[in-house]
Design a binder for this molecule. Structure first.
Ligand SMILES: [Zn+2]
Length: 240
């Protein structure tokens, strides 16, 4: 619980983003919003279609190198900008593409600050919930429209599942304009679900202009003290 302001959803050329960490830092500072930190959430573990990976050992062999290179690169950037803004190392993982490789992925993201899962269905959420505390860092759902992604599950059940498993929810700029009447954003504040703000920055920095309205909305909903503090789980446990 930080109350700090972070934008945790940015892609860089490491995956499919157009702007480097340095450029993203500058663009966020130019907003003059007192943003405390930004997170890199490059898409990792994209199975090359030319060589489908069928077992965990191959999966780890294919992806371990790039995963640790990404972590090292992002940590180096964090050091360069330590005086002005915090830079976190997260990643985004496609649930449908990688749901059978959870164990090797958990090993490989050791040292990361957070993980975002995208396109998670109800089966996926219950699977993640059953093992969320075994991940080395907080895990959350990126740009999820709860009524669309979980059409057959009540929002109360979704929010309770997320709260119990400590799976965080990302308020994403694709949800802007955020509506007062949206039932999910009235259910969410009633449960202890941590919240992140994300713009899913790829090749257009205009999305950063949505940070201010998202922050305003999150504050209005009383979620300010629910903002996720991204960090490897070991630290989080020690601090509790
Ligand atoms: Zn993304």
């Amino acid at each position: 619980m930080s109350g700090s302001v972070y934008n945790l959803h940015n892609h860089t050329p490491f995956s499919d983003g157009a702007y480097t960490v340095d450029e993203l830092v500058e663009a966020h500072l130019d907003l003059h919003l007192d943003i405390d930190g930004i997170g890199m959430s490059d898409t990792l573990f994209r199975t090359p279609s030319s060589r489908e990976v069928s077992n965990e050992r191959d999966f780890e062999r294919v992806f371990a190198g790039e995963t640790s290179a990404y972590l090292a690169e992002t940590r180096a950037a964090a050091e360069r900008h330590a005086g002005s803004i915090r830079v976190f190392c997260g990643c985004e993982i496609s649930w449908p593409l990688n749901k059978n490789m959870l164990e090797p992925m958990r090993r490989m993201v050791s040292g990361f600050d957070y993980v975002l899962f995208e396109n998670v269905d109800w089966n996926g959420l219950t699977t993640l919930a059953s093992q969320s505390r075994r991940w080395p860092c907080p895990i959350g759902l990126s740009h999820t429209a709860v009524n669309v992604h979980f059409p057959n599950t009540s929002q109360d059940q979704v929010v309770r599942t997320m709260a119990n498993a400590r799976i965080f929810y990302e308020v994403n700029s694709i949800h802007v304009p955020l509506l007062e009447s949206d039932r999910w954003f009235n259910v969410l504040p009633q449960h202890r679900v941590m919240v992140a703000i994300g713009t899913d920055t790829h090749d257009d920095l205009h999305c950063l202009s949505e940070i201010a309205p998202m922050l305003e909305f999150v504050r209005r909903k009383g979620l300010t003290d629910r903002m996720l503090e991204p960090r490897p789980r070991g630290d989080a446990v020690a601090a509790e």
